[in-house]
Design a protein around this ligand. Structure first.
Ligand code: ZN
Length: 304
């Protein structure tokens, strides 16, 4: 899933005909796939790192299962490899887009080959109607549904978890060590450590949302970093908006503000000589909260 801005730039012009912006969210959506075991199948969340961009939807592990429309709507776009067997496969693979009331769009990626005839014939679609089957087409490693909800002609992407039925998640996020990156070397900093520093280096931290299934590592909805008792960075992931070609979340943060080498990026920090404290708060989409504070001693050395 690498080509989101490009994909939207193709699709956005199609949406201008659908009139004025209305951001009121209707209720009554259903999950497109996953059913009763959605909490163990939800493998990837909104706002995670995908190397150089934000993950703009949620992933549900699933193979060859029915994908359903989340609400009544109109199929406005679908693209299958078979439409043009000679083109390079797009990151989204076979995909279908539905426009719902109030300018809400839903998109279903990586569908199995073989477009259902209903997609072409039936313009209007009802909640629960068959869209396709889960597959592994496009940039996908393992069968899953990548599912996107957008509005504002595709220029605002909404965290699906804010409008789809609640998913059980009883396990709080995990917060690992701080990581100081100097060139190719990584130094792990734990509470009580001390180190010498001659310069500012990127500090990151490994945070993951432990899901209901063992070994699950998912993205975090809310993060706050405090440095020496002052809020340094705060990030919430309910939506991503496109402005001047750059995606930002509602805290105004870009991908590079929030991620560095696949870990959450605290910053390029100027430490005080002596004790410094970094406090981290992480909240997952079910409001499970984990807090961790690191106090470490910095011995400032002169730069040669
Ligand atoms: Zn995905």
């Amino acid at each position: 899933m690498k080509k989101i801005p490009l994909l939207f730039s193709i699709i956005i012009p199609l949406f201008f005909i659908f009139g004025e912006e209305n951001t009121k969210l209707p209720d009554g959506f259903i999950w497109p796939v996953g059913g009763d075991s959605i909490e163990t199948k939800l493998s990837s969340l909104f706002g995670e790192s995908r190397g150089d961009h934000f993950h703009n939807g949620v992933d549900v592990s699933s193979d060859n299962e029915k994908v359903s429309a989340i609400e009544n709507g109109t199929i406005i776009y679908s693209h299958y490899k078979s439409d043009n067997p000679f083109e390079n496969e797009s990151g989204s693979g076979n995909n279908v887009w539905i426009l719902h009331a109030n300018d809400i769009l839903s998109a279903y990626y990586h569908l199995k080959d073989g477009r259902s005839s209903e997609i072409l014939e039936k313009h209007n679609i009802k909640k629960g109607d068959f869209i396709g089957k889960t597959g592994n087409t496009g940039h996908s490693s393992g069968s899953h549904l990548h599912f996107v909800i957008a509005t504002n002609q595709g220029r605002k992407i909404i965290n699906p978890l804010t409008i789809l039925p609640k998913v059980k998640d009883t396990r709080p996020p995990t917060i690992g060590s701080l990581i100081l990156t100097i060139g190719k070397n990584k130094t792990y900093i734990n509470d009580g450590d001390s180190f010498n520093s001659s310069n500012n280096f990127p500090i990151t931290v490994d945070i993951a949302d432990a899901g209901e299934r063992k070994g699950q590592r998912r993205g975090i909805k809310y993060i706050q970093f405090m440095v020496n008792n002052k809020v340094y960075k705060e990030s919430n992931f309910d939506e991503l908006s496109l402005s001047n070609g750059i995606w930002k979340n509602e805290s105004g943060l870009t991908f590079n503000d929030l991620f560095f080498e696949n870990n959450y990026y605290i910053g390029n920090l100027k430490f005080l000589s002596g004790d410094n404290t970094i406090s981290i708060k992480a909240i997952d989409f079910s409001n499970n909260k984990t807090e961790k504070a690191f106090t470490f001693y910095v011995n400032k050395i002169q730069k040669k």
